[in-house]
Write a protein that binds this ligand. Structure first.
Ligand code: GDP
Length: 301
């Protein structure tokens, strides 16, 4: 059994490769829920849905959000009615979100995900990190912003001074999944808003100390491949580099995968992590995703 810690872009790219070389029934994916919230009356757990769609081969992997070739009839009609949506939710994607909302309100988020995973014919396990609602604030030079306002309304442009989020309890099965795994893979997800929320759950860091953990750096050179990770790291006074990411995982990390472009950092990272693997980590094709996944698996087994 392999457990993967995931956000909604970098790690799903890796999952596209991983599911081709590992039987998905051997995979448990623990997914960030920090940014979950209600939009237009439905509960949106963007990272969970991205993982569901990735594992079902229907993800819109141009945006890493929603279902490919979806239509937007409801979204456009809402606009016409004077009820614009902050999130552009597709019609089929909205159906997933309505189903999840109904299931969640009855059974909680973890059970809702379990039912939806089965309904989509998947054999992997997809576990939300928590059943509880997180509270996240992005403190910027123009004031305190909601996460999605920062991302969408303000297009990630304000200077970030701090990122604050509340602690929540782990969903049932999280610690057991890590304890029962041969290895844990931390994908190249945003270390601050996708991975740290999972690491902050009570018992997770302790469980990771007792498991073989391999992580892939989402930072290459001095910037993230995409998204606001570098802005968030800078705001928290963390060096924006693979070295900075390694320092966040120092207490439990066994093997850190960095990009060939960062080979010069290998010795410095070796002071923090026992093993450093240097390879191409840019996942711009299925071949690149499978190669990276295979390199990780070769290091685990
Ligand atoms: P979010 O939930 O949409 O923020 O997505 P994640 O947290 O899963 O992933 C965002 C991170 O993925 C960013 O920090 C990127 O630098 C990283 N990322 C995206 N694509 C790649 C890639 O091809 N290679 C690597 N190494 N990192 C990537």
């Amino acid at each position: 059994m392999i457990t993967v810690l995931s956000g909604g872009t970098g790690t799903p790219k890796l999952l596209q490769g991983l599911k081709e070389i590992v039987d998905p029934s051997e995979l448990t994916i623990i997914v960030n829920t920090l940014e979950n919230d209600y939009f237009s009356g439905v509960y949106v757990s963007a990272d969970i849905d991205t993982v569901l769609y990735t594992m079902s081969d229907i993800i819109n992997d141009e945006f890493w959000y929603g279902i490919k070739d979806d239509t937007f009839i409801t979204h456009e009609r809402l606009n016409e009615l004077g009820c614009p949506e902050l999130l552009r939710i597709g019609d089929k994607d909205r159906a997933t979100k309505i189903q999840k909302t109904l299931l969640m309100e009855k059974y909680g988020l973890a059970k809702a995900c379990e039912i939806q995973t089965k309904d989509m014919g998947l054999t992997c396990k997809i576990l939300p990190m928590s059943n509880e609602q997180s509270d996240i604030k992005i403190i910027t030079d123009i004031g305190e912003l909601e996460f999605h306002d920062f991302l969408i309304k303000y297009q990630q442009e304000p200077e970030v001074l701090d990122v604050q989020f509340s602690e929540v309890s782990p969903a049932p099965g999280i610690i057991e999944a890590i304890n029962n795994s041969d290895a844990v893979i931390i994908g190249p997800s945003n270390p601050i808003t996708s991975i740290l929320p999972i690491l902050s759950l009570e018992g997770v860091r302790e469980a990771l100390k007792n498991t073989y953990v391999v992580a892939v750096s989402p930072i290459i050179g001095s910037d993230s491949v995409s998204g606001p990770a570098s802005k968030f790291m800078r705001a928290l006074d963390i060096d924006v580099s693979s070295v900075g990411v390694a320092s966040l995982y120092e207490d439990f990390l066994d093997n850190f995968v960095i990009d060939t472009e960062d080979e010069n950092l290998k010795d410095e990272i070796n002071q923090i992590v026992n093993k450093v693997t240097v390879t191409n980590t840019i996942m711009n094709s299925l071949g690149a995703k499978k190669n990276l996944a295979q390199t990780i698996i070769n290091n685990i087994l």
